[in-house]
Design a protein around this ligand. Sequence first.
Ligand code: GLV
Length: 330
Amino acid sequence: MKPKVYVTREIPERGLEKMKERFDVDVWSEYAPPSKEVIMENVRDVDALVSLLSDKIDAEVFTAAPKMKIVAQLAVGFDNIDLKEATKRGIHVTNTPGVLTETTADFAWALLMAVARRVVEADKYVRNGQWNVGWHPNMLSGRDVYGATIGIVGAGRIGSAVARRAKGFNMKILYNDVVPRSELEKELGAKRVNLDVLLSESDFVSIHVSLTNQTYHMINEEKLRLMKKTAYLINNSRGAVIDGKKLYQALKEGWIAGAGLDVFEREPTPLDNALLKLENIVVAPHISSSSYETRSRMAEMVVENLTAFFEGRIPPNLVNREVLNIQKLN
Ligand code: GLV
């Protein structure tokens, strides 16, 4: 009998087809996510769950799924999953790192360029009929990217890919990370500095850390006030790394020049989020890894992780390796 898998959303066809060849698959086919109650109802007799970052997978879900042995997440981040609880119960958790690195870095750059050169404002300006003078020396002036200083907060895979792109813009590259990244220093001349120095010296600050207890609201009022008034903050990691209320104040009161945000503390962000009233931000609905190629590859990785697990191998993208010791003890 094929292992039973519940998938909380329609994932790209390439992955879904492969999944159906090997597993008995049930997919939530609505565009909006299933509620937690619906997930709990549907995992009662499954062997595996394929989750997205918008699904809260915690002790209650694990309890509702006594046979479930693996949660294969379609995302690199997994802060929506209670990892400790999964490990305690011997449940493997996997993610989809690597394949989305370049696509996500491209999008950080799309936000950076868009906010610095006011691309979205310019688009609205033309469409709204405001372009009634052919050319004006001060029309929609932005800030130079070429030759500026970029500060990368979290120089892992995605942060490093953002830094490599900065080289093409002849930028000075600063980074902050818990570990030194010698390859970035050698390859790009990047300099490791503490967070305060990075914030006070950068023209563009791009955030690439995972959301943990340590990084929650790491960009708070004190940190925002360190930034230059002419600087821009880019975030396509997780919304809660920045204190959203303070970011609003910073943008409104001119502590910083602007922000490019693909992520929010609450997603979808409500329309009455004060940030959305500001002109000096560019926003997107958490789509940084959303290219056809990358999302298909992510879906295939989910299948590779499930297949490895059910063939008795260690899944290539296991994030809670301690689960292997728990299993040995059992
Ligand atoms: C997207 O945010 C991801 O974690 O893959």
